[in-house]
Design a protein around this ligand. Structure first.
Ligand SMILES: Nc1ncnc2c1ncn2[C@@H]1O[C@H](COP(=O)(O)OP(=O)(O)OP(=O)(O)O)[C@@H](O)[C@H]1O
Ligand SMILES: [Mg+2]
Length: 270
């Protein structure tokens, strides 16, 4: 079953910049997909189009095979834009986290349960009573992500969810995204960072500088195609560069590489 099906998406900003130019994408329920591309490729614009925050100039987006009206599926779809300030406008972080479910008329007890649950999962209890504008950049990113999660969506579209986030909190966020995927939540993550992709996606849409999808496929195939990545001004993951040409089965992450080494590999390519 499809979560999001977009055809012929096109979007130009008022100054004439064509940010997304003829993109077709189908995302199935429960998939983990990365929108990967260099700065300015149109990832954020595409994510906002897919999330129904922006109307396309051409093409259309269909949700759950049911409707093209994003407003009717707001409770099932949550979008985290690149700017945390879009989500942080209440006197306290707690109220920001409560805002989404309160809009959905969840009831006070249910709203409180969701805020506590997400704060537990993202280790945010120490920040709940603070005004959001007093948070650091990385804290704001985590608080904004938390506010997208309290909606408890079926589909989560995240624009650079761990940029500015330190290593320990990054691991917490990535563990949480793993848990959500295991629970069946559909994940779409935009990033210019090839290192992040294996942690958040099984499939990649690769955007080039012209706002078009230049390649798509399994994360492993895209991330090990180093010429393709370099053509898009992206650097392949470090372990891919390290193992490329040295083993038949190139690892994508440090832990995969460690597994290969522990198993007495890499096998030398003949
Ligand atoms: N409000 C705007 N007005 C005019 N042009 C814009 C506006 N926002 C973005 N653009 C342009 O649209 C193109 C796509 O921008 P977008 O933010 O979608 O890229 P991105 O892939 O998300 O980049 P990044 O990796 O830097 O976040 C870029 O050329 C950018 O300069
Ligand atoms: Mg962006």
């Amino acid at each position: 079953m499809t979560a999001i099906e977009a055809t012929g998406l096109r979007y130009a900003y008022p100054d004439g910049t064509l940010a997304v130019d003829g993109v077709d994408v189908t995302i199935d329920r429960g998939e983990r997909v990365a929108l990967l591309g260099p700065n300015g490729a149109g990832k954020s614009t595409l994510l906002e189009l897919l999330g129904g925050l922006v109307e396309p100039d051409g093409g259309r987006v269909r949700y759950f095979g049911e409707t093209t009206d994003a407003d009717t599926v707001r409770s099932r779809l949550s979008v985290l834009t690149q700017n945390p300030a879009d989500y942080l406008f209440n006197p306290t972080v707690r109220e920001d986290l409560a805002y989404g479910p309160a809009q959905l008329d969840c009831g006070r007890a249910e709203v409180d349960r969701r805020v506590e649950r997400v704060a537990d999962r993202l280790d945010l209890h120490g920040l709940l009573s603070k005004p959001p504008f007093r948070l650091s950049g990385g804290e704001q990113r985590r608080a904004a992500l938390a506010s997208a999660l309290t909606v408890e969506p079926d589909v989560l579209l995240l624009d650079e969810p761990v940029s500015n986030v330190d290593a320990a909190n990054r691991a917490t966020v990535l563990d949480l995204l793993d848990d959500l995927a295991a629970e069946g939540v559909t994940l779409v993550v935009s990033t210019p960072d090839t290192e992040l992709v294996p942690h958040v996606a099984d499939r990649v849409l690769l955007l080039d500088a012209t706002g078009t999808v230049t390649a798509r496929g399994a994360a492993r195939d895209v991330l090990t195609d180093t010429d393709l990545l370099r053509d898009c001004d992206l650097r392949p993951p470090q372990v891919v560069r390290l193992f490329e040409g040295r083993t038949a089965d190139v690892p994508l992450t440090v832990s995969e590489a460690a597994g290969r080494l522990d198993a007495g590999r890499p096998d030398t390519v003949e």
